[in-house]
Every structure is written in structure tokens, then in C-alpha cells.
Unconditional design. Sequence first.
Lengths: 263, 388
Amino acid sequence: MKIIVCIKQVPDTKGGVKFNPDGTLNRAAMLTIMNPDDKAGLEAALRLKDQYGAEVTVLTMGLPKATDVLLEAIAMGADKGVLVTDRVLGGADTWATSTTIAGAIRNMEYDLIITGRQAIDGDTAQVGPQISEHLGIPVISYAQKIEVEGDSVIVERQYDDRYHVVKAQMPCLITALGELNAPRYMTPGGIFNAVKNQADLITVWGRADLKDVDDNDLGLKGSPTQIAKASDKVRKGAGEKVTLDPAESVDYIIGKLKEKHVI
Amino acid sequence: MDFTLSKEHEMCRELFRSFAQNEVKPLAQEVDETENFPRETVEKMGKLGFLGIPIPKEYGGQGADILTYVMCVEELSKVCGTTGVIVSAHTSLCADPILTFGTEEQKQKYLPDLATGRKLGAFGLTEPGAGTDAQGQQTKAVLDGEEWVLNGSKCFITNGKEADVYIIIAVTGLIEKRGKMQKEISSFIVEKGTPGFSFGTKEKKMGIRGSSTYELIFQDCRIPKDALLGKKGEGFKIAMHTLDGGRIGIAAQALGLAEGALENTISYTQERKQFGRSISAFQNTQFQLADMATKAEAAKLLVYKAAKTKDQYQLDHKTSYSVEAAMAKLYAAEAAMEITTKAVQLHGGYGYTREYDVERMMRDAKITEIYEGTSEVQRMVISANILK
């Protein structure tokens, strides 16, 4: 089985988010990590590899520095990595990004593609399903459990209050939830292997290597999304604590809801 | 001279830091209070290869270097001195002498299990009457046909009851050296479960309380003839060589304790308010922190230099790292004691309570000035080198 896992290097939002004056993310000023949902997707692929045997290739699009997440993935157990990087790909929204990644994947053999549900820097959850549309394969999003049966995958697809069990024939694409699993750590030997053999393990592709894509669908030029404004998450206040008996509580809560014009 | 870490070392540090924060730190206080050996953590470390970092891949290890191993002990010790010394004693005092002095059969037999944590290692040199005076050994090994028969006891053995493989130093006879009769000392590999090998009392310690420190007792303990490590009579050389490496591990433990206490104190002094200001706004606090940070950095440079020197030995089997190891351990241990003591002082009354990690760190730091060669022994090693 050949599995491609799409991963993204994202700012570590635990340390706070920093913006450029034009409202775009100041990535250079922030520590970076592998996007948590993508890491869960990678762990799912590595477990399938442990269980059934598979070749796991990690794919990322980004600046050359994004090589770091490929090295991390290989140090965790992935077999090889592909970095798609080119100046003309910069400024891509989800449409241009999924077009680019699909263009790269058209060069590769695969049975299964796993992406994270969404990235913590954009929170769109669009790229995974869009890749499947570009490639014309089924997608199962929000996977909380993945199993393989013959040439199909059986996935628990999470909803707010339930889950569906969905079966799809491979090749297909799955988007993984962060809570799917607890990703494994790298190993020291894995790190030394990844860094020492980086040139053999990581392939770098540019625009010219993308298959069946139109220049008008790439980079900033190919991005229909216009960002009007970006902001850090607004922190909730500490709240108000009151101690009342049950009857008083009802009046108090109704009063507050009226005050805020909720009811 | 290049002080920057390589990409692989940076990544390994991140790995060790992440593991220490997520898996080790949450248990550190409980391990100290209950004196329970952190078996689950050791199992996790075994699976991740932390117990075989400098062991070559052909023996099941990670094939990384001594600097990586040192960073592992350092990061673990930042949050838990007990966990740091478990890795250090296992790697430096058991796996390393087998790798350095073992026959190919011994390496094949023991290293894959040690490197992957299926078995834990320990080292027995110290006896009730033979601490710094290692020549005062009383434990004897007598060859009887195809077996050695061990009799005697060892004390203060780290990983004591938890280990599976032990390097044991024992007297195998008398030899004449420079006209004087001296004890001939040899080293052996002894497995847990061998009839005649039992455990005595568990030590109740001031610090590193989760580490299993036991007396080992040998009563007509018969081990195979080929359990001899190195040649007969090489035991003292093997023990001293092993301790040179062990000192780098303990120096890394001391460095971690110092850095951990410093990090905690930086945060605390910024949060703690007195007279309407954070106490970090007072110049006394600032100067204390500056001194602590400078000493921790100096310790780090000495420890990393010793690690790099041993790395050179791993390549050429010639380079001596004895003095570098002694300097690193001497300085890092004394820096750890001083920094953890200042950390407690800067935490005030809270620092004296078990609610705050610095209380444990100060108790853990003390042993680094004592075991694997006291600070006085390190000064003897260093002065003997500069006065020769």
C-alpha cells in the first residue's frame, strides 16, 4: 500500500500570533510546528504501515524551511518526503494550494491520501476535500478511526453528536482529526537518519514539476480569496461567578439573557 | 570554534524536551514522594531508543553520539533528576563498558536488549569499605572449573533491584607490581536471577528518591567463565574508564538540574510580587539570576566539550577524555548545588515546600557532588594531570 500524507508547517499559536502590517501572518517571527491534525494523519498512516505494511510519503508545500516538518515526519517513521516550493506558488489560498498539491500528487503513485482536517493558521478545512475533487477520488472527512479491509478503507466520520461508519474503495482521501490518536515521538536514530540522508529522502519540486495545472490557478494570482482582516483569537474574559439558590439562579440567568437581547 | 548545534542535535533536543515535559515532568513529584521507580517512563524511553542512544545500530542502538546522549540526560534532569540518572547509569556504566571491552559474543548477547530497554543495566564497584579507594575491594571471584564463584557485596548501586544486567568489579587474586603485592581486579557481567545473587537493603536517600539504590549480595554466586568482561586483571582499568564516561552523564544530570532550577526561578521571580513589583525588578534578584545563568552556561560548555571529546574517543579509541569529564562533573555538580540553593532562596518560603520543584532539585543536586567520584576525586584527577 502506498500512502501520501499531506502535512503543513504552521506557526505555533501557543506562543501567540504575530501579524505583518498588511494583516498577513508574520511567519518569520513565530516558532513553527507540524500542524496537529496533519500529525494525527501521519500517525494514522504510520499505524497502517505498522499493521499492514505500507510506504508512507509525506508531502508539503511551503518555503524551503518547511523541510523541517518533512525531516520530523521521516524521523517519526515516514519513508520519504516531497517539498513543493517555488516563488510563483507564494500567496496561495486554499484553491491555489489544493491545485498545486494535486499537481504534485499526479506524479506519484498512491492508494490512500491522508490530510489533516484543517490547519491551525487558516482553519478552513478546505484543502483536503479540494485535493480529492482535483484528483477525482472519494473523500471521507473528519476521520476519528481508520481501518483497512481489502482494497477499501472503513472510517468513522465524526459529527457533533454521533459518527458515521463510511466505507470507500481506494484510492481515496481521508481528512484526519487531531483527536484521532496520540502521535508518536521521533527517535534519536530516526532524526540522525533523516538529516544525514536528507538529499536522498527528500525530493524538491517546483512549478515545472506540477502536472496538469494552469498557471492561472497558482499562487496569489490563482487565489480568489481576499483577506479583508485577520486577527488573533479574542480571549474570553474571566466571566462572572455568582452563588445563588436554584430559584434565584433562574431569574438571574433570564435577566442576563434579556440584558444581552438573547431572549 | 563553532558553538552552534547541528540540525540533528537541535531536533534531538526538541524531542527530549518534549518527552520530558509531557511524560516525565507530570510524574516527577510523585516519583520523589513515593520513592517509586518510574517503570512506565523507562519502558517508554526504551521504545523510543533513549536507552541506547550512543550504541551502534548493528547492536540495536540509535547510532547517535555522546553529545546526543548528554542532551537526553540534561533535558530529562531539567524536570526529574531520578529519570536522568536512570538513563545515565544504564548507558554509561553498563552498556558502554560492554561496548568498549566486551567480546563480540557479549555485545551480541547484551547490547540489543540494553539498547532497546528490554533490559536495564547497572554497575557495581562501590563496597562498604571501598568508595573513593576503589582498590579496597573485598568482593572476590574465584575460578572453579568453567565457572567463576562470586562472594561479597556492593552498596549504593543505582538501578539496583530494577536492573537485569550488572557489571561487577571483583578481586581475582594478588599480583606483584613495583615490588608490592596488589589486588588483581577483574570485571564481570552478572545477570539478575543467577543463584547466589540477591539484594540487600534499599537506601533511603535525600534526593533522586525514585532511583532504585540497593545493596547487591553475592553468596557462592556461580557465573560462566565467559562472563569475564575484558581480560583478567583489567578490572580496575575498565572501572576507571567506565567512570570517566559515567562522569559525563552525571555532569549532564547536574547541568539539567541547574538549568531546570534556573528556568523555574526566572518564571517565579517574574510572577512573585512584593512591595508592588515583581521580585525580578529588584537588582539583587537580577544579579543572582545573572550569576546563576552564567554558571549554568559555563557548565554546559564544559559538559558539551567533554561529550565531544568522548565522541572523538569513540572514533579513534585513543583520545583521552578523563580530565574533560572530571572538569565537567566537578564544575557542573558544584554549579548545580549553588544554583539550586539560590533557586530555593529566591523562592523564599515557598521554595522550602514540596509544592515547588526547586526544593526537590536542591536535594537531587547534592548527590552529583558525591557519586561517580566525589568533587574531591575530580580535583585529584585534574591536578594529577596538570602536575605530571
